[in-house]
Design a binder for this molecule. Structure first.
Ligand SMILES: Nc1ncnc2c1ncn2[C@@H]1O[C@H](COP(=O)(O)OP(=O)(O)OP(=O)(O)O)[C@@H](O)[C@H]1O
Ligand SMILES: [Mg+2]
Length: 340
């Protein structure tokens, strides 16, 4: 039986954020989250998991309240199965199983990266090339024959983690992205561009060499952080735009969709828009709250999967486990029949 109307809850817990979202008939009706942050240094997985454990019930209650629904109205509970940090993923899956058992409703395991991309559908895009730039991931993805194919990706670290590391070496806490963006904006006024390595290999990029180079420059104490942040953004975002453009040319698609937390960066958005305009490609970027990790995207994809008839009954909950290393192109996209 194909379910027509549904209320789906989505739980996100892969890394720094614990989020709960609610989707009703394709509409996001709530999106509450609480994130683990640090003043200095990076993310400690066990500490982040502890944060999720403490906050989970409060986030859940707030999400139901914002959605103006009662627990018993929920038809299914979707959760991020992977990829992510194991201790954090475990908090989410256990909470999802608890809700599923208590309410006797099915579970829907969701791939976190694909949720980042599928929620982009709210912008009206139909068949895009997706530039997915988050903490741990940097991939250029397009859908073809039942799989999200990865056309290009980072050969080492994700661009968000790269920026967070640059921030850490500069004495800035986690997440570093928004502060680095502000510094870069200051730097852009002076336009004192510092040459950095530019590493594009076909549709792939590499970032660790640039990070080492930046670290060495920071340690000399001779460069201003504003100039370094500006030069870093101009260099690395140009690499992203170049590879995204190559994928657009290769796939002959004419839509570009941004996803993942680094897409919040206005300079990256601007550079993508310029490239799209030059080649007559439509540009799509969801609003900020749907770019960073959150539960609404999990609920959104969860509802699509549920409507295709896929779900795990509560009595089979124990057969489900987390998948910390699940790759985007490993997932068999059984719910997407219309694009065959
Ligand atoms: N304005 C910004 N400019 C650049 N980077 C940003 C900005 N805002 C946030 N970020 C970066 O986005 C990242 C977080 O994004 P997101 O929540 O999508 O990723 P993640 O969940 O950590 O990784 P993944 O989705 O790969 O598991 C962080 O690395 C953060 O520094
Ligand atoms: Mg994410």
């Amino acid at each position: 039986m194909v379910i027509q109307m549904a209320i789906v809850l989505g739980i996100e817990s892969t890394a720094h954020t614990f989020g709960v979202g609610v989707v009703k008939d394709g509409k996001i009706i709530s999106n509450i989250k609480d994130s683990y942050t640090t003043k200095k240094g990076g993310i400690i997985p066990l500490e982040s998991a502890k944060h999720h454990e403490i906050i989970k019930k409060e986030v859940y209650s707030k999400a139901l309240k914002e959605a103006k629904i009662k627990e018993k109205e929920i038809d299914a509970v979707a959760f991020s199965q992977g990829p992510g940090l194991s201790p954090c993923l475990l908090v989410g899956i256990r909470f999802a199983k608890e809700i599923s058992k208590n309410l006797n409703i099915p579970l829907i395991p969701v791939n976190h990266c694909i949720a980042h991309l599928e929620v982009g559908k709210i912008t009206g895009t139909k068949d895009p090339v997706m530039l997915y730039v988050s903490g741990a991931n940097t991939q250029i993805i397009a859908y073809a024959s039942q799989k999200f194919r990865v056309f290009g990706e980072t050969l080492d670290v994700g661009v968000g983690n790269f920026i967070d590391n640059f921030a850490r070496y500069s004495g800035i806490g986690f997440p570093g992205g928004p502060i680095v963006e502000k510094l870069a904006k200051e730097g852009s006024k002076r336009k004192n561009f510092i040459e950095l390595p530019y590493t594009v290999k076909g549709m792939d990029i590499a970032l660790s060499g640039i990070l080492t180079n930046l670290r060495q420059k920071i340690e000399t104490g001779k460069y201003s952080l504003e100039d370094l942040a500006y030069s870093m953004q101009e260099t690395v975002f140009a690499m992203l735009v170049e590879t995204a453009e190559r994928a657009l040319a290769h796939t002959e698609k004419n839509e570009l969709l941004l996803g993942g937390g680094v897409s919040c960066n206005l300079r990256l958005q601007e550079m993508c828009k310029i490239m799209c305009k030059e080649r007559g490609t439509k540009f799509f970027c969801p609003e900020k709250q749907f770019l960073m990790d959150q539960g609404a995207m999990i609920a959104f994809l969860g509802e699509i999967i549920l409507k295709s008839g896929i779900k795990i009954k509560p009595e089979l909950a124990d057969t489900l486990d987390i998948m910390p290393r699940q790759r985007t192109d490993e997932v068999e996209v059984k719910w997407k029949k219309e694009c065959l």
